[in-house]
Design a protein around this ligand. Sequence first.
Ligand code: FAD
Length: 426
Amino acid sequence: MADLTGRGQRRAARYSAVALLRHGIGGGAWPRAWRTHEPKRSYQVVIVGGGVHGLATAYYLARNHGITDVAVLDKGYLGGGGSGRNTAIIRSNYLTPEGVRFYDRSLGMYERLAAELNYNVMFSRRGHLTLAHSDASLRTMRWRAEVNKLSGVDSDIADPDEVKRLVPFLDTSAGARYPILGALYHPPGGIIRHDAVVWGYARAADSLGVHLHQDTEVTGIDVVGGRVSGVRTNRGPIATGTVINCTAGWSTLVSALAGVRMPVQTFPLQAAVTEPVKPFLHTVVVSGTLHVYVSQTDRGELVFGASVDPFASYSTRGSLEFIEGLAGHVLELMPSLAQLRLLRQWAGLCDMTPDFAPIMGSTGVDGFLVDVGWGTYGFKAGPVAGEAMAECVATGRTPEIIAAFGLDRFEEGRLVAEKGAAAVGH
Ligand SMILES: Cc1cc2nc3c(=O)[nH]c(=O)nc-3n(C[C@H](O)[C@H](O)[C@H](O)COP(=O)(O)OP(=O)(O)OC[C@H]3O[C@@H](n4cnc5c(N)ncnc54)[C@H](O)[C@@H]3O)c2cc1C
């Protein structure tokens, strides 16, 4: 495809019904979604990590600020980390005003993303129900609903009858082992196709001139006089004045290369999917008490998730204990699923912070920025985080929307306290 500007940009093939018809009849191959390059000796900005955060940051740097001399380096393949393993729940019903505002901006960006990228990211607005099985959790739901409403986010308490109306298959009887006393209902929440988001951002960033390098591992970060001067990789050194760490589950290892310590621990998070069945579940259902959540994909599979494994590790193996516990808890909620067969289970790595909020922006090392601490909830933040990190780099200032998430908050005792809204319902 032609280089249209001399700055490495190209016009990406337009995806449309007409193009589909033309290719169907003509049988021509579609052009590759993004190009491969030999790494250059230097880039203005190097982004480590080719998940949704790294790719969105690269895209907004190019689109919003005209900064196109950017490389995204990934030691594996694009989307091979949490971005290709998550359960793709998107919502903004958080607990703190800072969190609600931030995730709500992301939700709005996701709603427009398919049109903006000319890539079908399959956003499906389903409504999101967080069940309360005790008075204490009902109180937290009320609190969340009020914080949400004050920020203009649509959330409210649903009583058990309303819950039954929304999800008839739920056991809402008073005799259930964990009776459902009510729920936080958040109509704007939904699910999205995670791979499509990653590929859509990659394709758009590539078309603006960003270089995407897969199989390119950062093994060292050079810091001279307190300032970043380059990275070392398995494909040679690259000089740069700006490095952004977008490596989620691996982020402490990458920050350590620059001599930066972060209060982050990596835990595996597992999920599972069933065989497809006729659509019957039109809402995302979460139970914090039972440590389980479930949604149904457009193809009909049920996707189940839970909270992180109980120990820190870099393992991505599934375990029998997880699947046994999960199945038991799902059946407490929906006994009628007993005959459904599980197809697959998997795990990804989650970079957990003490307050369940991210760490974004500058560090003690000039030119070394982080966009990490995404734990079990960071996929939904991809667009807003990319937009804010790009602004950080382009202007040298921290945008207001991420001001609360700085690394210095842990020294200053300004934690954001999102655990009540982010521990299970990712
Ligand atoms: C099972 C599961 C379910 C989840 N469900 C949800 C959900 O429903 N909703 C939600 O919002 N979030 C969810 N999450 C969390 C979400 O997936 C992550 O927070 C998010 O994808 C993080 O994206 P990222 O781009 O920061 O990192 P990742 O997508 O993890 O990408 C990091 C990349 O860095 C690369 N890398 C690491 N070290 C190096 C190195 N030294 N050099 C070069 N590259 C390197 C890796 O190869 C990887 O591709 C879930 C996570 C899991 C595991």
